[in-house]
Design a protein around this ligand. Structure first.
Ligand code: PLP
Length: 393
């Protein structure tokens, strides 16, 4: 009998999605901005301090609206980590902005807040902290620097819905926050989706116009004007009601989903701690005041040259593991349009060392045990890994 393969990730499905979708089919409001859109937006707004949330087709479209709100001119600079998904940077580069990549903090693989200020020039307009792995960036430092230099802070909280920093939801701390509900995140709106969180009152009116395709349809629907007209640029990034209906039951189940995933995350961390102590791996460190959302679990092989062998060893034990992002500053387009500020001490090395272990809402402790034992076996001299020569070191 073939052993079941344990994948790195499986989209969250609660079982309540179909009933909500059937409710949408009954009402025949499919296009979005209906009952479930409102419910999802209220859920997001309940963790905000007077802000406004729009659920959208993707986090990429949220970042695109954020870039429009930033009113960038060609040559303006945006400070970002290089270790992130391309969308973080593309949204700004489309407007002719120059990405200025800043090195990572070794403990979290988030942007090193201490290195941001040195990268600021008169052209700098925006800072985009990415809460990698749902672990909060050093937002106090970032907000203080942004305030001092008059910069817009756009949180890329794509991975981070459910995570907090000093009691505040990630995505609700900067001027704007961008969330993803793509299937690899903790909560999904049926495979694709996202949200824009507007935490700065002065940006809310224009954000709504851009979201309403460049019109004041929002005001029209509230009865504030008799007719709606074309006022500005805009995009159609509306989330369909079917997607919102898929998402809402997951948001309602958030406490249970997060508790289970955090439990598994902590178990990985505890069981692999002895390997970290011997120095063969490095594990994420969650900063004081941050509560992560357990979207992924990463470890780093101190000897990056052994990563392909490690991934093959795990696969031979029916466990899928994977690397993540290739740094953007060393990618062909990144070299063309951006620059790395200062020394690359962590980014390239950490990106070459990282491996993601299986973590998803349906993962059981039994399957996790298979993963943990397989990881431990890689460094276990006494037990060559399942008879495959040369794989135990
Ligand atoms: C997933 C992800 C995105 C993109 O989200 P989409 O909803 O797929 O557009 C952006 N940034 C980061 C850090 C991500 O992990």
């Amino acid at each position: 009998m073939a052993e079941t393969v344990i994948p790195t990730t499986i989209p969250t499905v609660t079982g309540q999605e179909i009933a909500a979708i059937q409710d949408v089919l009954r009402t025949r409001t499919l296009t979005g901005k209906g009952k479930y859109t409102v419910l999802c937006q209220r859920w997001l707004e309940s963790s905000m301090i007077g802000g406004k949330a729009f659920v959208l087709s993707s986090c990429t479209s949220a970042l695109e609206i954020a870039a429009l709100l930033a009113d960038l001119q060609p040559g303006d600079e945006v400070i970002v980590p290089s270790y992130t998904y391309v969308s973080t940077v593309n949204a700004f580069v489309v407007h002719g902005a120059v990405p200025v990549f800043v090195d990572l903090d070794d403990a979290t693989m988030n942007i090193d807040a201490q290195r941001i200020e040195a990268a600021i020039t008169p052209q700098t307009k925006v800072v985009v902290p990415v809460h990698y792995a749902g672990i909060a960036c050093d937002m106090d430092t970032i907000l203080a620097i942004a305030d001092k230099h008059g910069l817009l802070v756009v949180e890329d909280a794509a991975m981070a819905c459910g995570g907090t920093y000093q009691g505040r939801a990630l995505g609700t701390i900067g001027h704007l926050g961008c969330i993803s509900f793509q299937e690899k995140k903790v909560f999904t709106s049926g495979g694709q989706g996202g949200a824009l969180l507007i935490n700065q009152e002065s940006l809310a009116a224009r954000a709504e116009i851009i979201y309403e395709h460049g019109t004041n349809r929002g005001q029209f629907l509230r009865g504030e004007v008799n007719v709606y007209r074309w006022l500005d640029v805009g995009i159609n990034a509306t989330m369909s009601e079917i997607q919102a209906a898929f998402l809402y039951p997951q948001l309602q189940a958030a406490p249970d989903i997060l508790a289970h995933r955090r439990h598994l995350w902590t178990r990985y961390h505890q069981r692999l701690a002895p390997l970290a102590q011997t120095g063969v791996i490095q594990l994420p460190q969650v900063p004081e005041g941050a509560i992560h959302n357990a979207v992924i679990f990463w470890l780093r092989l101190t000897d990056a040259s052994r990563r392909p062998e490690f991934i093959r060893h795990m696969a031979a034990g029916q466990v899928c593991t994977q690397a993540q992002f290739v740094p953007l500053h060393s990618s062909p387009f990144g070299q063309q349009v951006g620059r790395f500020h200062g020394e690359d001490r962590v980014t390239t090395r950490a990106a070459a060392e990282i491996v993601l272990l299986p973590l998803y809402s349906e993962l059981t402790e039994t399957s996790q045990e298979v993963v943990i034992r397989r990881v431990l076996a890689f460094w276990d001299d006494a037990r060559p890994s399942d008879g495959i020569p040369g794989l135990g070191s």
